[in-house]
Design a protein around this ligand. Sequence first.
Ligand SMILES: [Zn+2]
Length: 350
Amino acid sequence: MNIFGKKPGARILLLAAMVVLAGWWSLRADTSLKWKLSKDSESLVTDAKLRDEIFDALDAAEKAGTDPRITHFNVRVATAFEKDGKERVVTGGNVEYEVPEGIHGETSVLNHVTALYGADTTRNHVRFLAFFAQQCGGGASCGDCRDYQMATTDYEHLLVACGQASDRTVKVSRFADQIVCERNFPEVDSAKIPLPAEELRRLVRSAEEARRGGVTLFTRERHIGAAALSFAGKTYRAAGADDAAFHYRYPIGGLLQQAMTERDYFLRAIVIRGENGEWPIVNYRDRQYGYEASSFNHAAGKPPIVLILSNGRGQFRMTTFESALPSAFSTADFMPEALKTFLATHATDR
Ligand SMILES: [Zn+2]
């Protein structure tokens, strides 16, 4: 006996019903599998070929392999483009390992494009990165991935698509919206900077002194020095340091690590100094470090860290990491209670 019953007639009828049901179900599945652009995305994707490439990339991204063993947060991403008369679809996925370190989805997919088709293809053919997500929340790339996308793609025209699994809508935005050039940091008179004049002078000198140090065996024009003042009244400074493995130690990251080593978690201001007369460049990875630290201030009810750029000629630009890294994420977003507990049990000065 089986679940279809004893009688052959009834069995056939039931089987026939199941075939019809299966057909209907697959038809239904086919319909539900179709991606569609959200209304506000249509103006960014005007040609049908690009739209189809985005949808094909999302289908591939859905199946991309990942290994996020710490966060269990999958970043599945793909791109598609025509190369030698054929559509090419390339995927990427995030991997985490216990330090904690990780390879992110964006860098993964772009590296795969370069490995398969060369760096010129990454720069000239990649028009978008498409993320497959259960829910598209509007978060952008981390600072490091922004640096990498700027370095390897035609980023001013790059699009970012997010395909939502639940309803198959696709939201598209411009990668350029994640970028804020240092030249767009507002220029301010030194009197408008919320630090005593002598304190500001001291920080500028300290950052300049830091810039004379560091390691610049591979660094070209991006060498900067950074100095910071904490709410506890302590100062920290650091310069960039390169190495043969190209595991660059960033200046803001460096001084933050010193402050955090002293359990001094709340910084008031960070001053960056470039070459005399030049506005310094602040890498997006370093902005990510600053953004994370500023979210500590926010969790403790303090104002955000003030980020000050000095060109060494008495001119200043002033902003916050929140403005310099739009749509960023930090621990405060994922585990706010854990962060509050951590700060409450570790900080030496609140
Ligand atoms: Zn990233």
